[in-house]
Ligand binder design. Structure first.
Ligand code: ARG
Ligand code: ZN
Length: 878
C-alpha cells in the first residue's frame, strides 16, 4: 500500500475544531539575521467540547522558544511540539490566552510560503497553509478572528511596515528600530493574514465610496518603479467603482494597500486590505509591457479587489470549497473586463483560454470536480477547473435565472453570509431561496468532473413547417467518477433563416425553453418547433452558454454561413473555429482537405477581415486559427503532435497563398502613428495587425523579413514582442538574430527577460531542448524565482508540444531533470510544471511510453515533495 493514501483528506470528514480562536495579537521583531514572532491567542472551548480534549495547533517547520498560558510558562508534560504542530495535552476548560514565541529565518524560505524575503523585502504568502509556517495556529479557513499586529524592524532597511486593516500607531522603538501597529477589525481566517516590511517606493491616490467615505490607496514597489504602477492604480479605482455599480459592494476599511514583489508563487493574493502581487501583474510601461500584460494587470487587480467581498467578507468553510470564492471572483473579473472593454472579444478570449487549458485538464488524468471531495495536496487544486470552470458555472446560473434573478441571489448571499465561512451548498441555496427554484440537479456541475459532449441533430419537414431539434448529452468517465447523471445545460439559441436573418416560430414543445434558452436537463431532448417557414440553421450555445463540447454534423458550408450571418458575435467566431478545427484535425490524421474547403474557409476569413461592422480585436480573434492543443483535443487519442503542427502550417500556406499581397496591404494600413495607449481600440488594431503578420510569416516566403522589419522599427513592446515571438514560433531565418538582440537589448529587466525565455522555449526548432538546458545551467540564472522558471519551463511543456513530446524522449528528460532540482527548492513551482504531462494519455503510443517512463524514473530516483508525487501518481493513474 502506498503511504501517500494515508494523507488523503476527504470532504466527508469535515468537522469543526473543538476550540475556537477569539482574538489574535502578533508581535513581529524583524532583524536582518532572524525574526521573532510572539503570538497571543485568546482561545476557548466550544460549548460541546468535553473537558480534557487536547488542542492541536498546526505548525510547519517551527521551533518553539517559549510557551505560556495566561502568563504562566507551561511545564514540559503539558504540551508536545513537533514538525507538524503543537498539541496542548489538557488545556483549560475556559477562555484562556496562549502565548508562544518562535524564531524564523525568512531569507532561507525558498518555498515562498509563510514569511520570506523577496529582494530585500520581507513579505508573506499564507493561502492556503502558509500561516502555520509563521506561528502555531488553527490554520484553516473556518477559524475567524480579529487581528492586531505589531511590527518592529530596523528603520534603515524597512521604513515601510504594513499589515492588514488600519494603522493605529507607529513610532520609534530605540536602537535604530521603529514600529507600526495595525488592527484589522474584520474577523478573518489566517490565510488572509499579510505582513510587508521593506524599503519601498509608492504611489498614492484616494477613492470616495458610494456612501461618501474616503479611502486612501497606495501601491508599493521597488524604488524607481513608481511610474510603472499608474495603470494598476487606475485599474483599482475602476474596479472599486464597478463593484459598487454592478453589485452594490462598497469597500470597508480606511486604507487599501497593494505591494508588488518579485518572488511570488502565483499571480496575486487578496489579503484583507493588503493585497500582495507578483510584480509582473503590476508594472507596465509601453516599452516593457505588452497589451496583453496591460489587460492582465487590469483583470488581476480587479480580481483581488473583488475578493474583498467574495473571499474575505464571505470566505470558505474548508479548502474543498475553494471554488466558492475563486469561481465566483473569476466570474466577477470577467464581467468587469467585459464592461470595461468589448463583451464579445472578452468572451472569445475567455473561451479560448478555457478550451486551451481547462478542457485538457477535464479530459485527462488530472480531471476533478470544481468542488473536489478529496485531495492529497491542496496546492494542486488551484486549477483552471476550480477557477475558470467555476466561473462558467456561475455564468450558467445567471443565464438560467436571468440577470435580475441572479442579482437577487447575490444580494441574498451578501446579506445572509457576511462574516461567514461557508459552502457551495449555501451559495446554491441563496439562488434557490431568492428565486423560488430548485437547483439540486444544477449543483451537479460542482460535483462532477468532465466536459459534457452535446450531440446535435435536426430535421425539417416543409410540408408541415415543423422543425425538430435533438440534443443529447454524455460525459466520459473521469477519475473516481465512472457514471454521471445528466447536467443542467443552458443552451442559448436562435434559428437563422436562409437569408441570414433571425427566424421565429409559433410554438415549441418537447422540452423546456425559457425565452432564448433551451434547458437540456435530461440525457436527450427533442424539441418540436411549429410554424417554421423555411429550413432554419440552428445557432446553439450562443455566447458559449455552457462549458461543453458540441458534436454536430453541420457541414462546412452551413458553418461558414453562420460565420457570416449569425447575429451572435461569439457564434460567428466559433463557427469559423469549428470549421477550421475540423479540417485541421482531419488533415492531421491523414485525411486531406479539399481545395474547395480551403477556398471556402479563406473567403469567410477575408470577408471577416473586410467587414466594416466588426471591430479589429474581433477580427484578430477570427483570423487566429485554433492552436495545436485545441486540434489535438479534437483528435482525442493517438495524437501525433508533428502531424498536427504540419497540418496547421500547411493550412496557413494554402489559405494565404492567393491573398498574401492583399493581407500585406491590410497589414501596412493598420500601422499606428499615434503615441502608444493600452486602450481597447488601439490594442485591438495592434492585435489585428499582428494576427496578419502571423499569417504572413507562416504562409509566405517573405514574411520572415516583414517580421524582422517590424521588430526593428517597433516603438512599443507589443509590436516588438509579437515580431520576435512569431519569428521564433515559425523558426524563420531571422529568428535567432531577433532572439539574440532582444536578450541583450533588455538585459537587466527581469520581466522582459521572461518574455525572451518564453519565446525561446516555445520555438519548435530541434535546438530548443539544448537551449533550455544551457539557459538553466548558466551560473547567473535566477533558479529560485518562480517567474523565470515558469517562463522557461511551463511555457515549454504547455505550448511546445512538438519538442516537449519528442518521440526520442529528450524533451521529457530535460524537464524531469530540471523538475527534480526545482522540487527540492519550491515544490509548488515543480508540481505546476509537471501538470504539462497531463496530455500523455492522448498521445500516440511511442510518445506516451517515453513520457511515462520519464515520470516513473523521476518518481523512483528522487524523494519528491507531496506536491510533485501527487501529480505524477494521478497522471500515471495510481
Ligand atoms: N487566492 C489567490 C487568487 O486570487 C491565489 C492563491 C493561490 N494559492 C495557491 N496555493 N496556488 O487567486
Ligand atoms: Zn482569486
Amino acid at each position: 500500500m502506498r503511504t501517500e493514501t494515508e494523507h488523503t483528506i476527504y470532504l466527508k470528514d469535515y468537522a469543526p475544531t473543538p476550540y475556537r480562536i477569539v482574538t489574535v495579537e502578533l508581535d513581529f521583531k524583524i532583524l536582518e539575521e532572524k525574526t521573532r514572532v510572539r503570538a497571543q491567542l485568546t482561545i476557548e472551548p466550544r460549548p460541546e467540547t468535553e473537558p480534557g480534549t487536547p488542542l492541536v495547533l498546526d505548525g510547519d517547520g517551527l521551533t518553539l522558544d517559549s510557551i505560556a498560558i495566561d502568563g504562566l510558562p507551561l511545564v514540559l508534560s503539558a504540551y508536545l511540539a513537533d514538525e507538524n504542530g503543537l498539541t496542548l495535552v489538557e488545556p483549560p476548560h475556559r477562555r484562556f490566552v496562549l502565548e508562544t514565541e518562535v524564531f524564523l529565518d525568512p531569507a532561507a524560505n525558498k518555498k515562498l510560503m509563510g514569511l520570506y524575503r523577496s529582494g530585500g523585502t520581507w513579505c508573506t504568502q499564507c493561502e492556503p497553509e502558509g500561516f502555520r509556517r509563521i506561528t502555531y495556529y488553527l490554520d484553516r479557513p473556518d477559524i475567524l478572528a480579529p487581528f492586531k499586529v505589531r511590527i518592529t524592524a530596523p528603520l534603515a532597511v524597512a521604513p515601510v511596515l504594513l499589515s492588514n486593516g488600519n494603522l493605529i500607531d507607529k513610532g520609534d522603538a530605540g536602537d535604530g528600530l521603529h514600529f507600526a501597529l495595525w488592527e484589522d477589525p474584520f474577523p478573518k481566517p489566517s490565510y488572509l493574514f499579510a505582513l510587508v516590511a521593506g524599503n519601498l517606493g509608492s504611489i498614492t491616490d484616494s477613492f470616495t465610496t458610494m456612501s461618501g467615505r474616503k479611502v486612501d490607496l497606495a501601491i508599493y514597489c521597488t524604488h524607481g518603479k513608481e511610474s510603472e504602477c499608474l495603470y494598476a492604480m487606475d485599474s483599482l479605482k475602476r474596479s472599486m467603482a464597478w463593484d459598487e455599480r454592478r453589485f452594490g459592494r462598497e469597500y470597508d476599511l480606511d486604507v487599501f494597500n497593494i505591494v508588488a514583489v518579485s518572488d511570488f508563487n502565483f499571480g496575486a493574493m487578496e489579503n484583507k486590505g493588503l493585497n500582495i502581487f507578483n510584480d509582473k501583474l503590476v508594472f507596465a510601461s509601453p516599452e516593457t509591457a505588452s497589451d496583453a500584460n496591460y489587460g492582465n494587470i487590469e483583470r488581476v487587480i480587479a480580481h483581488e479587489y473583488f475578493h474583498n467581498w467574495t473571499g474575505d467578507r464571505i470566505t470558505c468553510r474548508d479548502w474543498f470549497q475553494l471554488c466558492l470564492k475563486e469561481g465566483l471572483t473569476v466570474y466577477r473579473d470577467q464581467e468587469f473586463s467585459s464592461d470595461e472593454r468589448s463583451r464579445p472579444v472578452q468572451r472569445i478570449h475567455d473561451v479560448q483560454n478555457l478550451r486551451t487549458l481547462q478542457f485538457p485538464e477535464d479530459g485527462g488524468p488530472l480531471a476533478h470536480p470544481p468542488r473536489p471531495d478529496r485531495y492529497r495536496e491542496i496546492n494542486n487544486f488551484y486549477t483552471t477547473t476550480v477557477y475558470e470552470k467555476g466561473s462558467e458555472i456561475v455564468r450558467m446560473l445567471s443565464t438560467l435565472l436571468g440577470e435580475a434573478g441572479f442579482r437577487k441571489g447575490m444580494d441574498l448571499y451578501f446579506e445572509r453570509h457576511d462574516g461567514d465561512a461557508t459552502t457551495i451548498e449555501a451559495f446554491i441555496k441563496v439562488f434557490e431561496d431568492a428565486n423560488g427554484v430548485d437547483l439540486a440537479q444544477f449543483a451537479q456541475w460542482y460535483l462532477q468532473a468532465g466536459t459534457p459532449e452535446v450531440t446535435v441533430s435536426d430535421e425539417y419537414d416543409s410540408a408541415t413547417q415543423t422543425y425538430r431539434l435533438n440534443l443529447s448529452q454524455k460525459t466520459k468517465p473521469t477519475p473516481n467518477q465512472p457514471d454521471k447523471p445528466p447536467f443542467v445545460i443552458p443552451v442559448r439559441f436562435g434559428l437563422v433563416g436562409p437569408n441570414g436573418s433571425p427566424m421565429g416560430w409559433s410554438g415549441v414543445s418537447g422540452g423546456t425553453v425559457q425565452e432564448d434558452v433551451i434547458v437540456l436537463d435530461e440525457e436527450s431532448v427533442t424539441l418540436t418547433f411549429t410554424g417554421v417557414a423555411n429550413k432554419p440553421v440552428p445557432s446553439l450555445f450562443r455566447g458559449f452558454s455552457a462549458p461543453v463540447r458540441v458534436v454536430s454534423n453541420m457541414d462546412l458550408e452551413t458553418l461558414l454561413f453562420l460565420a457570416r450571418h449569425d447575429s451572435d458575435p461569439f457564434n460567428r467566431w466559433d463557427a469559423l473555429q469549428t470549421a477550421a478545427t475540423r479540417l485541421l484535425s482531419e488533415g492531421a490524421q491523414g485525411r486531406a482537405w479539399t481545395g474547395d474547403a480551403v477556398d471556402a474557409l479563406r473567403d469567410a476569413l477575408v470577408e471577416t477581415v473586410q467587414d466594416p461592422s466588426l471591430d479589429d480585436a474581433f477580427k484578430a480573434q477570427a483570423i487566429s486559427l485554433p492552436g495545436e492543443g485545441v486540434i489535438a483535443r479534437q483528435i482525442g487519442e493517438n495524437v501525433d503532435p508533428d502531424a498536427v503542427a504540419r497540418a496547421r502550417r500547411q493550412m496557413i500556406r494554402e489559405l494565404v497563398a492567393p491573398v498574401g499581397a492583399a493581407l500585406e496591404r491590410r497589414y501596412e494600413e493598420l500601422t499606428i502613428s499615434d503615441p502608444y495607449s493600452p486602450d481597447a481600440a488601439q490594442a485591438g488594431r495592434r492585435s489585428l495587425r499582428n494576427g496578419l503578420l502571423s499569417l504572413l510569416v507562416a504562409g509566405t516566403e517573405t514574411g520572415g523579413q516583414l517580421a524582422a522589419r517590424q521588430y526593428e522599427t517597433a516603438s512599443n513592446m507589443t509590436d516588438r514582442y509579437a515580431a520576435m515571438a512569431i519569428s521564433a514560433h515559425n523558426w524563420t531565418g531571422e529568428a535567432p538574430a531577433l532572439l539574440g538582440d532582444f536578450r541583450t537589448r533588455f538585459a537587466g529587466d527581469p520581466l522582459v527577460f521572461d518574455k525572451w525565455l518564453t519565446a525561446s522555449a516555445q520555438a519548435p526548432d530541434d535546438g530548443v531542448v539544448e537551449r533550455i538546458r544551457a539557459t538553466l545551467a548558466a551560473p547567473d540564472f535566477p533558479r529560485t524565482n518562480p517567474n523565470r522558471l515558469r517562463s522557461l519551463l511551463a511555457s515549454f511543456v504547455m505550448s511546445n508540444p512538438v519538442q516537449f513530446a519528442r518521440a526520442d524522449g529528450a524533451g521529457y528528460a530535460m524537464v524531469t531533470e530540471a523538475v527534480a532540482e526545482i522540487d527540492k527548492v519550491n515544490p509548488q513551482v515543480a508540481s505546476r510544471i509537471l501538470t504539462g504531462f497531463r496530455t500523455l494519455p492522448s498521445l500516440e503510443s511511442a510518445r506516451q511510453a517515453a513520457g511515462r517512463s520519464a515520470l516513473e524514473a523521476l518518481r523512483a530516483q528522487h524523494k519528491l515533495s507531496r506536491n510533485s508525487s501527487d501529480i505524477i501518481d494521478r497522471i500515471l493513474g495510481n
